[in-house]
Design a protein around this ligand. Sequence first.
Ligand code: IPM
Ligand code: MG
Length: 368
Amino acid sequence: MKNYKVAVLAGDGIGPEITKEALKVLKVVEERNNVTFELLPALFGACAYFETGDAFPQQTKDICDSADAILKGPIGLSHEESKNIPIDKQPERGALLPLRRRYNTYANFRPVSLPKELAHFSPLKAEIIGEGIDFIIVRELVGGLYFGKKETGVDDKGQRYVREVLEYDEGQIRQILVQAFKLATARKKVLHNIHKSNVLKSSVLWNEILEEVAVDYPDVEVINMLVDAAATYLCLKPTQFDVMVMENMFGDILSDQGGGILGSLGLMPSACIGDEKAYYEPSHGSAPDIAGKNMANPYSMIGSVAMMLENSFDMADEAKNVWAAMQGVFADGFSTADLSKPGAGVNMISTQEFGDKVVEKLKNMPTV
Ligand code: IPM
Ligand code: MG
């Protein structure tokens, strides 16, 4: 019997309620397989700040250090509430970026997937969705503008100024590109390289390294696309994409657009992988406006569990079953409020009901 330690950082806002559903699914996985998951809950985010004065307290670091994988819910407060926490201690700067840095989780995989049967979830026309949307954004997660030096001050003219540095070295670029080429090799062998080399020198270096890495993957066709054009094509022709690779900030923005074309950010799970440690989280925020109302979509959190099973625990078949269970709930005509547009013929269910239905489906699936 295998035993894995999973640090559970439920986070803020809707975090605890969607984490609860994800853990229900994990429990069923345990019952169906020869495996146990030792859950190690820990405070992370604004909740940790208010309890301990630190959004990523030492105790949570220790728990994460000792875990085989980390399952993390969304963090953060509303724009107004954030003002109650000093800027550098706010959960995004004070917890999330330090988590990514601590474990050097440089490779962020964000699947954007919608089968054609669920085209009604999307704001795009059915003919644009065609046979379905199914691509993965590979986002560099520990470099670029988000991690560069920052400086604010007052210049000689008495004006306030800010300076933020966008920095990458070739090793950082190469390691994420290798991940993207590997993934493209395992999928359709088409890689969209998203860049802005007509303006940014960082993209010029990125593209140079890409040409070097590409030599090792002659089977992969590379399509270079400017990031602004990519934003348009995500709306006009998303089915052309299979694997897209890009630097940190481009990936942050385009992955939210990915959620938009699916119909909800609630459909966006992700895996953040480093050489030694990985953590799994929804790509979206903590949605304080709907927190505690039992109406958030737990798909992104349950999907993050599926990605954890596949990437950290070598349980790809069971991960597929988890995805299939969620698709099965949709196929039966149910979804949470975010996807229940009037007239779409969808029966609206709560966060908890969605979790219950996934559990029911999964229990009835054959094990291998
Ligand atoms: C994401 C989020 C984070 C990011 C925020 C919360 C710092 O938007 O994971 O996409 O910008 O990376
Ligand atoms: Mg984001």
